[in-house]
Design a binder for this molecule. Structure first.
Ligand code: HEM
Length: 415
């Protein structure tokens, strides 16, 4: 039986922190294999890349999520006891709750709310000397998603609430002070959302039935019980936080439009199909989540390699989107490639792979895509702006890796 290649260093945590997006694919190339083993935070971990590995990773009979995520991520980005750490029937039922929020009609309503916010923002941006787009998008999306999800926002608190929610994704992957701020923000956000759930359950608030706040407040798990308030809070944040995080992808939309001005012509005609290809290429080309983690349920063999029970496994998301076996010239930004893409569930995995209902694939993919399409429409046809000189390079060791300048624009006018 071939042995899984072992990384030379005793523990690779520092190398992963330094280059989280290329850590797995670089080593897989070095070992000429789709997988290798190393230690991360002293724990033996198998790292895998590519579509075949993704197909294996998303087989729920082989891997479970319980205990796979480091505590630091649970105490910031994800929260504790949410859907991400569930398995089997408990996961399927909780996941169904999220999937019920994602009907085309409901997503369209979110997009309409977001379009109103874009219009309001553009009027305000027009009077500003310069606009830091990435940061401005946080509040734009926060207002849209809270209104859509039935989460009340008090006008005087919007700024603070937005900064807390943004800290959950913008600072979670960091070390030092920024990480501590993210932990504190998690406590504040959990408390805030638990209060909202409490108000709904006690009859003091009545969000419409189709909203996330209503659905999550009254959801019953397989045991027939309502979710404990702190768990319901984590799940409601699981809707608000990642929608605000679409700001990262929208900053990349702006970045790609700036780097490839020749593409703008394609948008002038309002070709919906091209816009879809463009945003898919943004999701493929730019880094966001480096990898996802799981644990082996029971020892098994795959392609002759042994995966022992309990072993932690990481699947390389970014590297799989850049895999030259699937994507010709992966380092080039080329929306046209998506005209031929067949919708394969395992070779394009910016938000996870496999089946949305059965596995852990992100239920918010359609929201991300539609909000990015809307942003593309505004940035290409409904406003004009200048991009002054600034440092637009992408910081690869940061998670998420936004342009260093946060994408500054000026002379904004509605068109
Ligand atoms: C900003 C763009 C987004 C990115 C890059 C992203 C990425 C991801 C990734 C990588 C996963 C993990 C997949 C796995 O564990 O196998 C995930 C899961 C999840 N995402 Fe997203 N996501 C985004 C937007 C959204 C939105 C808009 C929502 C909801 C409104 C959402 C809700 C969730 C939830 C609830 C899960 C857990 C699913 C489960 O464990 O079954 N995400 N996302």
């Amino acid at each position: 039986m071939p042995r899984i290649p072992r990384d030379e260093s005793f523990d690779s945590t520092l190398s992963l922190i330094r280059d989280p997006y290329r850590f797995i694919s670089k080593r897989c190339r070095r070992y000429e294999a789709d997988l290798f083993e190393t230690r991360l935070l002293l724990r033996r971990t198998i790292c895998m890349t590519g579509p075949e590995a993704a197909q294996l990773f998303y087989d729920p009979s082989r891997f479970e999520r319980r205990g796979a995520m480091p505590k630091a991520i649970q105490k910031t980005l994800l929260g504790q006891a949410g859907v991400q750490g569930l398995d089997g029937e408990a996961h399927r039922r909780r996941k169904q709750m999220f999937m019920s929020l994602m009907t085309p009609e409901r997503i369209e309503q979110l997009v309409l709310r977001a379009a109103e916010e874009w219009q309001i923002c553009i009027r305000r941006w027009a009077s500003m000397d310069q606009v830091v787009l990435y940061t401005e998008l946080h509040e734009l999306l926060m207002r849209a998603v809270c209104a859509w999800a039935g989460v009340p926002l008090v006008e005087q608190e919007i700024d603070a609430r937005t900064r807390e929610i943004a800290a959950l994704f913008d600072h979670a992957g960091s070390v030092g002070f920024r990480h501590l701020w993210s932990r504190w923000a998690r406590k504040r956000a959990d408390h805030w959302m638990a209060q909202i759930i409490g108000n709904i359950r006690s009859g003091h608030a009545h969000p419409p039935e189709q909203t996330a706040a209503h659905i999550i407040s009254w959801h019953r798990d397989s045991d027939g019980e309502l979710l404990p308030p702190h768990v319901a809070a984590v799940e409601l944040i699981n809707v608000v936080r990642p929608t605000v995080a679409v700001s990262v992808y929208i900053a990349f939309v702006a970045h790609a439009l700036h780097e490839h001005p020749e593409l703008r012509e394609q948008f002038a005609s309002g070709d919906e199909g091209y816009t879809e290809c463009f945003v898919q290429e943004v999701r493929r080309f730019y880094p966001f989540f480096p990898a996802v983690a799981a644990r082996v349920i029971q020892t098994f063999e795959w392609n002759g390699y042994r995966f022992p029970e309990g072993r932690r496994v990481l699947l390389d998301l970014y590297g799989t989107n850049q895999d030259a076996r699937t994507w010709e010239r992966p380092e080039e930004f080329d929306p046209e490639r998506f005209r031929q893409w067949d919708g394969n569930l395992f070779n394009f995995v910016p938000q996870g792979g496999g089946d949305h209902h059965i596995g852990h694939r992100c239920p918010g993919e359609w929201i991300a895509i539609e909000l990015m399409k809307l942003a593309t429409e505004f940035l290409t046809r409904r406003m004009s702006y200048e991009v002054p000189d600034q440092d637009l390079s992408i910081s690869w060791s940061r998670m998420p890796p936004v342009p260093r300048s946060r994408f500054v624009i000026r002379n904004v006018t509605a068109s």
